[in-house]
Design a protein around this ligand. Structure first.
Ligand SMILES: *[C@@H]1O[C@H](CO)[C@@H](O)[C@H](O)[C@H]1NC(C)=O
Ligand SMILES: *[C@@H]1O[C@H](CO)[C@@H](O)[C@H](O)[C@H]1NC(C)=O
Ligand SMILES: *[C@@H]1O[C@H](CO)[C@@H](O)[C@H](O)[C@H]1NC(C)=O
Ligand SMILES: *[C@@H]1O[C@H](CO)[C@@H](O)[C@H](O)[C@H]1NC(C)=O
Length: 221
């Protein structure tokens, strides 16, 4: 079984379950949102050194607005690895793959583009516009297609129109999710030496996860 044929089969399987226009609050069902939020809050509290040291650790189960602020330190979890941004990237990627499958033109080129623009759990992942200053603030969800590293990304192809947003001098700068007592700008701090290996790891993990989806889908039929 060759990779390309397998990828097309995979995309077909994913297409039947993916929304065309990705929105993390609308497209994840209630139970999944609750689990994701619990994980987000727990990850924040752990990073801060315990719940009592995390005065700002929230995640809204309806909107997925999240934030993390520690008492004694700046949260130092990489922004793209927080549970919510990671899930947002994965959902956008799945929508991208689904849209390749239903769209016209070169599908395998389209799938490769999804991989190139969705290097989830790395500095090259698209910024997730889900973090807010307060639990009641509704996130933007969609913003300019840039990576955490600050690079402009091609069309994310997740069904969201960014044509009026796709300007790096946009009024709203990328936020890093660490809203409290933190100074931003850590996204380009000295991590570049591992970035290629974490890309490879991420791609591998994504493929592995997709494989599980296919196996699950096959079992269902
Ligand atoms: C930091 O978090 C506390 C507790 O949630 C809040 O009262 C305060 O306004 C926050 N500060 C900033 C700058 O967001
Ligand atoms: C932030 O820093 C201030 C002063 O350093 C401190 O009083 C406060 O408890 C810290 N945490 C939050 C969440 O505001
Ligand atoms: C979640 O956000 C919505 C929309 O702003 C708000 O009405 C709701 O109260 C928030 N949930 C919590 C638990 O604060
Ligand atoms: C947004 O980023 C640009 C370029 O990095 C900077 O010049 C500008 O002051 C920032 N705006 C805000 C509101 O932080």
């Amino acid at each position: 079984m060759k990779f390309t044929a397998f990828t097309i089969f995979l995309a077909t399987a994913v297409a039947t379950v993916s929304a065309k226009s990705w929105n993390i609050a609308k497209d994840l069902d209630e139970g999944v949102r609750a689990n994701l939020c619990a994980l987000q809050i727990q990850t924040c509290q752990n990073n801060c050194g315990g719940p009592s040291k995390a005065p700002m650790a929230f995640c809204n189960e309806t909107t997925i607005a999240w934030g993390c602020g520690c008492l004694l330190k700046t949260p130092d979890f990489e922004t793209w690895n927080w549970p919510v941004p990671a899930a947002d990237c994965k959902g956008s990627n799945d929508a991208c793959v689904a849209n390749c499958n239903t769209g016209e033109g070169d599908r395998s080129g389209c799938f490769i583009k999804c991989q190139d623009t969705h290097k989830c759990n790395t500095n090259f992942a698209p910024v997730s516009y889900t973090d807010t200053a307060d639990i009641a603030i509704v996130p933007d969800y969609v913003g300019p297609a840039v990576s955490y590293k600050g690079e402009r990304l091609d069309d994310l192809n997740d069904g969201n129109d960014r044509s009026n947003l796709d300007d790096s001098s946009s009024s709203k700068n990328q936020s890093d999710g660490d809203n409290n007592n933190s100074s931003s700008g850590k996204s380009s701090s000295g991590k570049s030496s591992d970035s290629s290996s974490s890309d490879a790891t991420s791609t591998f993990k994504t493929t592995g996860l997709a494989l599980i989806v296919v196996v699950a889908a096959a079992a269902a039929f």
